[in-house]
Design a protein around this ligand. Structure first.
Ligand code: ARG
Length: 488
C-alpha cells in the first residue's frame, strides 16, 4: 500500500461529503444573518449566495470536486466561493464563526435527518409486528423461559411484545433528537464573538429548535453523538433478539415460522438449505454498532474543554451506524411482513411438554381451595409420574388417576384447562396473553405509533419549511431584492 501523506491522514472530506448540502445551507443562513446584522453588505451577500448556489449545482453535476488538501468540506466550500467571487467577497463569509461551530452545524443537521429516517423505519417495523399480532391474536404457541416450554401464549402476544419493546427505542431516540436539534452556529471557535450576530435568526433559517448557548460547551462536546449511538446500540440489542427468535422459530425443530423465499439463502453444497442469513447478519452487525458507541465514547474521554481535532473522528462511526441500524430495521420489517406462521405446528408444540402444568395447579387452587404451594407440589408429582410412564397431559385419564392417588378428585371435563388455547385465553389479566388483552394492547401500541408518526411529520415539516425559507431568501437576494426589507 502506498504510504499516506499528512493530508491523507488528516483528511475528513471523505466522510464530510455526506454533509455537503447541509454545509451549503449553513453557509447561506450565516451569510444572510451577517447581512441582516450589517456585518457584511447586501452586495457581499448577493455575491456569496450566488456562488453558494453554483457550488451546489456544480457539486451535483460532478464539477466541484472536493480536494483533500483543503482538509475538510468547510474549507473546500469556502475555497470554491473565494475562488469564484474573489477574496473581497468570499473572504468575508468566515466572519464571526469558526470551523469548530460549523462542523457541528453540519453534523447536527445531517444527523437529525438520519434520525428521522431511522425513526420512520422503526415505526414501520412496529406496524408490521402489530399487523401480525392482530392476525395471530388467537394463534397459540409455546411461551418459553430458559428456552424451555413455560406456558402457552399467542403468536400475537410474541409479536406485540417486540412492538412494545421497540416503541421504547423509538421514544428514546425521539428524546435524543431534541438534544441534537440545537443551534451551535455563533459559538465560533470557543468563546463567541464581538460581532453583533443573531443566533435566533440562524436557528430559524436552519430549522433548529433552540440556540445551544454555551460556546465552549457546544464546540467541545459530542455527547449528542454518544447519546444517539447509545439509543442505536440498545435498539440493535433488541433487534438482535427478534433476529435470534426468527433463527430459532424457523428451524426444523421449532418449525413455527417460515421465511419468504426472498429472505433465505441456500448452500453451495446442501441443496435443501433455507438459511436465515439476514437474521444472522443482524445479530452480527449488532457488534459493529456497539463498537461504534465505544469508539465515540473513547474519543470523547478526557478530551480538553475546547475543540481538539480528535473530535473529527466521531463522524465516521456515527454515520456508519445510521446505515447499519436503518437497514437492519428495514430488513426485519420486510421479513416479518412476508413470513408465514405454521399455526398447526405452533398449536401442536404449545400443548406439549406440560406447558399447562401451571394451569392445572391454578385449577386446584381455584376449584379445590388448595394453597398454591401444595397445588404446585401435587402437579409436580403428577408430571414426574407421567414422565416416568412416558406419557403427557394428553392422557387425561392418567392425569385424573394420578391426582386421585393424591386424594384429589377431578372430573374429566375439568381437564379442558389442559388445552393450550384455553390456557392462553384464560390469562386475561392486564398485560396477559389472552386474545382480548393482545388486541387491546395492540390498539394502544398502534395509537402510540400514530403519535410518533405525527411528531415525525411535524419535525420534517419544520426542517423543510426552514430550508424553503432560506432558499427563497437566497433566490430573492440573487434576483436583486434587499435582504433588509424582507420578512424573516
Ligand atoms: N475537519 C474538522 C472536523 O471535522 C473541522 C474543524 C477543524 N477545526 C480546526 N480548528 N482544525 O472536526
Amino acid at each position: 500500500m502506498a504510504k499516506k501523506t499528512v493530508s491523507d491522514y488528516l483528511d475528513s472530506t471523505e466522510i464530510d461529503r455526506l454533509m455537503l448540502e447541509e454545509d451549503i445551507w449553513g453557509n447561506k443562513a450565516h451569510a444572510i444573518m451577517l447581512a441582516r446584522q450589517k456585518i457584511i453588505s447586501s452586495d457581499d451577500l448577493r455575491q456569496i449566495l450566488s456562488w453558494l448556489e453554483k457550488a451546489l449545482e456544480d457539486y451535483r453535476a460532478g464539477k466541484f470536486k472536493l480536494d483533500k488538501d483543503a482538509e475538510d468540506i468547510h474549507m473546500n466550500v469556502e475555497k470554491y466561493i473565494t475562488c469564484g467571487a474573489g477574496i473581497e467577497y468570499g473572504g468575508k463569509l468566515h466572519t464571526a464563526r469558526s470551523r469548530n461551530d460549523q462542523v457541528l452545524v453540519d453534523t447536527k443537521m445531517y444527523s437529525r435527518e438520519r434520525v428521522l429516517d431511522l425513526l420512520e423505519s422503526m415505526i414501520s417495523l412496529c406496524q408490521e409486528l402489530l399487523k401480525t399480532a392482530g392476525k395471530h391474536a388467537a394463534t397459540v404457541m409455546p411461551g418459553y423461559t430458559h428456552t424451555q416450554h413455560a406456558q402457552p401464549i399467542s403468536f400475537g402476544f410474541w409479536g406485540s411484545g417486540y412492538a412494545s419493546m421497540f416503541i421504547r427505542d423509538i421514544e428514546r431516540l425521539g428524546e435524543a433528537y431534541a438534544r441534537i436539534n440545537t443551534n451551535p452556529l455563533g459559538a465560533c471557535a470557543l468563546s463567541g464573538t464581538s460581532f453583533p450576530i443573531d443566533r435566533e435568526m440562524t436557528s430559524q433559517l436552519l430549522g433548529f429548535d433552540a440556540v445551544h448557548e454555551h460556546a465552549l460547551d457546544v464546540t467541545s462536546s459530542r455527547d449528542f453523538v454518544a447519546e444517539v449511538l447509545s439509543c442505536m446500540a440498545i435498539f440493535m440489542s433488541n433487534l438482535s433478539r427478534l433476529a435470534n427468535d426468527l433463527v430459532l422459530l424457523t428451524t426444523h425443530e421449532f418449525g413455527m415460522v417460515s421465511l419468504h423465499k426472498s429472505h433465505v439463502t441456500g448452500s453451495s453444497i446442501m441443496p435443501q438449505k433455507r438459511n436465515p442469513d439476514i437474521a444472522e447478519v443482524i445479530r452480527g452487525k449488532t457488534g459493529e454498532v456497539y463498537g461504534n458507541l465505544i469508539h465515540v465514547l473513547t474519543i470523547s474521554k478526557g478530551i480538553p474543554h475546547g475543540y481538539s481535532r480528535d473530535l473529527q473522528e466521531v463522524k465516521g462511526p456515527l454515520f456508519r451506524a445510521f446505515d447499519t441500524v436503518e437497514s437492519s430495521a428495514d430488513m426485519l420489517g420486510q421479513m416479518i411482513s412476508k413470513m408465514t406462521v405454521n399455526e398447526e405446528r405452533a398449536a401442536e408444540l404449545a400443548g406439549g411438554d406440560f406447558a399447562c402444568a401451571t394451569e392445572l395447579a391454578d385449577f386446584l387452587v381455584r376449584e379445590k381451595k388448595m394453597p398454591f404451594r401444595k397445588a404446585h407440589a401435587t402437579v409436580k408429582k403428577v408430571v414426574g409420574e407421567l414422565i416416568e410412564s412416558k406419557k403427557g397431559f394428553e392422557c387425561i385419564e392418567d392425569v385424573a388417576g394420578l391426582l386421585k392417588k393424591q386424594g384429589v378428585n377431578v372430573s374429566i371435563y375439568d381437564m379442558g384447562i389442559l388445552d393450550a388455547k384455553n390456557a392462553m385465553d384464560a390469562h386475561n389479566s392486564v398485560g396477559g396473553t389472552s386474545k382480548d388483552e393482545v388486541c387491546r394492547m395492540a390498539a394502544l401500541l398502534s395509537a402510540k405509533l400514530s403519535d410518533h408518526e405525527q411528531l415525525l411529520v411535524g419535525r420534517r415539516r419544520k426542517i423543510d419549511s426552514a430550508r424553503g425559507l432560506t432558499d427563497s431568501l437566497c433566490r430573492a437576494v440573487i434576483e436583486g431584492e434587499s435582504i433588509n426589507e424582507m420578512a424573516i
